[in-house]
Each structure stands twice: as C-alpha cells, then as structure tokens.
Design a protein around this ligand. Structure first.
Ligand code: SF4
Ligand code: SF4
Length: 466
C-alpha cells in the first residue's frame, strides 16, 4: 500500500509496480491486471471527468477511489463486501477518466477485470440475479428481443402505450420510457444508382476514389431491432460517398453487455464469431451505428490476445474500426468541390457518446461534418462528453444514478436552445429522449446517420420503409 513521503511520489508509485517480485505477484488475488494499478499516480486529475464523482463527491465513487479499492481487494487488505460491490457497480465504464488521465491508466481494462471478479465471487440478491439473467438472455439476441417486445408493439398499435405506462410499477415505467416508438416507419436516405452523385458531387466517380475502399456496417444486436434506420442510413451514406458497402453473412452481439456484466467468457465467444465474419468480409473499414459496439470491436485484439487461433485476426479486425463521420470527411477532404445537399436550416447540438469520444478518441470529426452542412448551426453542449447515464444496461440496473445523469444532460441540452441533439449511439439516444419526453421538451434526439440523411437529402426526400 502506498504511504506518504517518498513512496507516494508519482515515480515511486510506478517503480513499485515495476519491481514487484514473481512471488509477491503470485500472492495477489486475480481482481485486476495488478501491475496496471501502478500506472495511477493518485493525482486526482480524473475526478471531475467522472460522472459518479461529479454527482456524489465521494472519493470511493471516483476512478482514483475505485483503483484504491481494486488494489486493496487484490492485496487481500479488503474483502469483497456489499460496499465494495456497490462502488464498483456504480461505475458506468464510460472511460471518461482515461481521457483525463495524464498517466495513461487503462481504467477500462481494470474495471472490466474487476467486474468479472465480482461476478465470480459475490452472490447477488435474487431480484438482481433474475434481472441480470433476463438482460443477458434477451438483449444480445435480436430474435428474442423482437419476441419480448411483441406485446408492447401490439399495445402501441392499440394506442394504449400511455395507459400501460400509467399502471406499471416505477421500475417498469423507467424501462418503458427508454423504448422508442416500435411501429413507426423508418426514414431512409435514397438509394442512388450513381455513387456519390448526390452526397459529394461528380468527382467521386473518379475510379481512384469511388469504390476504392470496402466498408462494412456491423448492425449489432439491440440497434438492429430498435434503431435499424441508423445502420441502414450509415450504409446508404457511405455508398453515396463512393465506398463499396459489403454485408456480413452473420452478425452477433459485439459482447459489450457481457463485458459490462463481468461475463468476459461469453464476450469472447461473440468476439470469435464477429472476428471470423468481419475478416471474411475483407472490409477495409468497420463501422457501427452503435459507438459502444465499435469501441468493443476495437478491443477484440486485446480481448483475444491469448487465443492462438484468433489473436492475429482479431488484432487486424480491431485496427480497421472507424466511424461514419471519419469516412465521410475523408472523402470530403480529398475533393476540391462537393455537395452536401440543399440548405437544411436548424440549430443543433452534439452529445459525445462515451465510447466514441473516450473509447475511440473521435470528437472533432462529427462536429466538422455537421458544421459543413449548409444551413446547420452547431452550438457546443456544456459537459458534452459527460456520460448521459445510458452505459449499456446501466440505465436498467442503476436507475437512480442514470436518471440523475440524464437530468443533468438534458439541462445542458435545453440551455443550448437547439432544435436537435445529434449523437452516435442508440443507447444515448434512448436515454436522452426519455428524459426530454418526461419534460415535454420539443428538442428532437437524432442519430448522426439519420440526421445526415435528413439534412443532405432533405426531409421530404427520405424514403419511408417499414
Ligand atoms: S469509467 Fe466513468 S464512471 Fe467509471 S470511474 Fe471512469 S469516469 Fe468514473
Ligand atoms: S487514474 Fe490517472 S488521473 Fe486519476 S488519479 Fe490515477 S493517475 Fe491521476
């Protein structure tokens, strides 16, 4: 344990990790990758980037506090009890602390490992166990999710969703609020026989640009059921920009939900299927409408590094992950002239989805793209990269903290006076839309792909599709 004096200087803390003997290493519990803990020099610069610390002001709900906790558990100085589990459960795994950390602490990897330790060593209460099993058994499987949602779809067709909301218990009301309308037709960017003709101008038909690069959109699990337009519009937009869109023969969940729940073994099973399919697609670039999925696919190299059959292939797949805005901007930057459609007059703001900003480091590209749309005025959002509380299934399992974060996010959104809030992750879309609806706010939440489709084609030119 670090003590005051020379041993607590940043260099001394990191030295402790480097000089840990094999015998000492063998004595620690398998809570985390132990040496990674010593990258933390306890400076506290991450604290104000941590949503749970910002709300609670409790050290143990900060990244630094959780790192102390993990170290104490690993060294056997602390036992896994209800309090310890609580502080680890409350972490959103948003990785805001990684962006803020000057010492390169790989907090995401630490908490993923620690979550696995909790799941293997802590017996949760019956309600939590049943809830977590249901989430784990339904959400990663699109067919099961469609069946589970069928009764609600029917209730909605009868126009009774509001009535249902009024009579269900509060926890179910919160869950119901998160679900978008299930029977609305999608609004899709028109398919264009001439790649690039509408989006970027005739120059994209230059063979050096058009068709030069293959792109695959990973459709995910929940996203393909609840926001299919975001995936389909992503495909149509990159096709319109001259990329060759390739489809996967089979798509399974990226594994994010399992990683959040400490079930890394099943995440690896999903990863092996996706790696096989993504490698077989020979895509040069991999994107997803769910930035949470993109960030996990970008981690496959790490996740499967000890799997002799998949390690190399997984690393190659991970290296190809990018996002829609980066691909479109790449085309724009190569062209002297391009067209992003007619004028679409709107004031918008942009919310940074955690895994796009903190996981993939993509912040400027969506903003630059949005600013380049004729008529669009982008207003910066205060705390744009502070988690909205969605965080995988966090808004289902940690409802109170998730609601507080949604309120804070929506306060900031309303203060921009924007008509639209644009973002790159369906989970954030549902979370923010639910809070806006509760406030009866007219602000519309739109996925980046859907917004680009609407702004570039013009709302009247989107093709309705069931
Ligand atoms: S991942 Fe997010 S919630 Fe967890 S400690 Fe880091 S900043 Fe805080
Ligand atoms: S995680 Fe990074 S920023 Fe936070 S206390 Fe440790 S070294 Fe400092």
């Amino acid at each position: 344990m670090a003590t005051m004096g020379d041993e607590s200087t940043p260099a001394a803390i990191q030295e402790q990790g480097r000089h840990f003997s094999g015998e000492q290493r063998a004595a620690v519990r398998d809570v985390v990758d132990y040496e990674l803990l010593f990258d933390c020099i306890h400076c506290g610069l991450c604290l104000e980037s941590c949503p749970t610390y910002v709300l609670t002001r409790a050290e143990m709900d900060s990244p630094r506090g959780r790192i102390y906790l993990m170290k104490g558990l690993a060294e056997g100085r602390l036992d896994l009890d209800r309090d310890a589990v609580r502080h680890l459960d409350l972490c959103l795994q948003c990785r805001g602390c990684e962006t803020a950390c000057p010492s390169g602490v790989r907090y995401g990897r630490l908490i993923e490992h620690a979550r696995g330790y909790v799941e293997h060593n802590w017996r949760r209460g019956l309600i939590e166990r049943v809830r977590n099993r249901l989430i784990s058994a339904i959400f990663p499987y699109p067919a099961r999710l469609r069946i589970a949602l069928a009764p609600l779809r029917f209730v909605e067709q009868l126009g009774k969703r509001g009535l249902l909301r009024a009579i269900v218990p509060p926890f179910a009301r919160d869950w119901l609020d998160l679900l978008p309308a299930l029977n609305e037709p999608m609004r899709l960017f028109p398919e264009d026989p001439e790649p690039g003709a509408r989006l970027l101008g005739r120059q994209t038909c230059d063979p050096e640009i058009a068709g030069a690069s293959r792109v695959v959109v990973h459709h995910g699990c929940v996203a393909q059921v609840l926001t299919p337009s975001a995936n389909l519009n992503s495909e149509r937009l990159v096709a319109a920009a001259g990329y060759q869109v390739v489809k996967l023969a089979r798509t399974v969940c990226c594994g994010a939900l399992d990683i959040h729940h400490g079930n890394v073994e099943r995440a690896r099973e999903f990863a092996r299927v996706n790696v096989t399919e993504l490698a077989a697609s020979s895509a040069d670039s991999i994107i997803s409408a769910a930035s949470g999925c993109s960030a996990v696919i970008a981690q496959y190299g790490e996740l499967l590094k000890d799997d002799s059959k998949f390690a190399a292939m997984a690393a190659q797949v991970s290296a190809r992950v990018t996002d829609l805005s980066s691909l479109l901007l790449d085309r724009i930057r190569r062209l002297a002239t391009y067209s992003l459609g007619g004028e679409f007059r709107a004031t918008i703001t942009y919310h940074d989805s955690c895994h796009l900003a903190h996981g993939l480091g993509i912040r400027e590209e969506p903003r630059e793209l949005l600013r380049s749309l004729p008529g669009v005025h982008l207003v910066e959002l205060t705390e744009s990269d502070l988690c909205c509380g969605s965080a995988g299934s966090y808004n289902l399992t940690e409802r109170a903290m998730a609601r507080e974060l949604a309120r804070r996010k929506v306060d900031n959104i309303i203060a921009t006076e924007a008509q639209y809030v644009v973002l790159s992750n369906p989970g954030c879309e549902f979370q923010i839309a639910a809070e806006l609806k509760r406030r009866r706010s007219p602000v519309q939440v739109v996925h980046l792909a859907d917004f680009l489709a609407m702004a570039i084609a013009g709302p009247g030119r989107l093709a309705p599709s069931s």
